[in-house]
Design a protein around this ligand. Structure first.
Ligand code: PCA
Length: 212
């Protein structure tokens, strides 16, 4: 029985909800084929977010870690490919930090790739009719920060980790100028993603690039 730690960020940027937290709360304790999900809440705060997830990893001793965050403007569930060693916050985090061009880990590598099978996740969701696309940037705010920090912490372990961004909920997008996805679909998608992680020790060769 594999254990998947799935984390969700608290609300930020003036929002009263974060779909990531709402979704992972519903997935806490959900049983998969040969696996179980445990959920944990994460603050949208520089460095503290990483510490909270490291503590949760020490406590739960998971086989896999999936960190989840909200991405306004995205219409699909997006497994992230890469985390970069760069904090450049366009808005302040929930503790008022707003670094510009600061490294996350001093002298750390420029970037880490996700160690989750992001193409297999993408294909599994698409096959179930859930919009999903590989993302090649997790931004430069707290989601990328957490993605990089956890990847750095786990770099010499057998624990796989990756970050998944999800769209806004419909109630966060009532002005009609932002894409959104229902909580039911997000929860279904994250559950399929977790199962795909368990089922795919190696990733599959599926096109997931983008052209600028
Ligand atoms: N999304 C933000 C931080 C927390 C969240 O859910 C981001 O994409 O960086």
């Amino acid at each position: 029985m594999k254990k998947i730690l799935m984390t969700g960020f608290e609300p930020f940027g003036g929002e009263s909800i974060n779909p990531a937290l709402e979704a992972v709360k519903l997935l806490d304790g959900v049983v998969l084929n040969n696996g179980i999900i445990v959920a944990h809440q994460v603050p949208v705060t520089r460095f503290k977010a990483i510490e909270v997830v490291i503590e949760a990893i020490k406590y739960h001793q998971p086989d896999y870690v999936i960190t989840v965050g909200q991405a306004s403007g995205r219409a699909a569930i997006t497994p992230e490919r890469i985390a970069i060693n760069m904090d450049d916050f366009r808005i302040a985090d929930n503790d008022g930090n707003q670094p510009i061009d600061q490294p996350i880990i001093m002298n750390g590598p420029n970037a880490y790739f996700s160690t989750l099978p992001i193409k297999a996740i993408t294909q599994a969701l698409q096959q179930q009719g859930i919009p999903c696309q590989v993302s090649n940037t997790a931004g430069t705010f707290v989601c990328n920060h957490l993605f990089y920090g956890v990847q750095h912490y786990l770099r010499y372990t057998q624990i796989s980790h990756g970050f998944i961004h999800i769209p806004l909920l419909p109630q966060q997008a009532t002005f009609g100028d932002q894409p959104s996805m229902s909580l039911d679909l997000i929860v279904a998608g994250l559950k399929i993603a977790a199962q795909a992680v368990i089922d795919n020790a190696f990733d599959i060769p599926l096109s997931g690039g983008s052209i600028c």
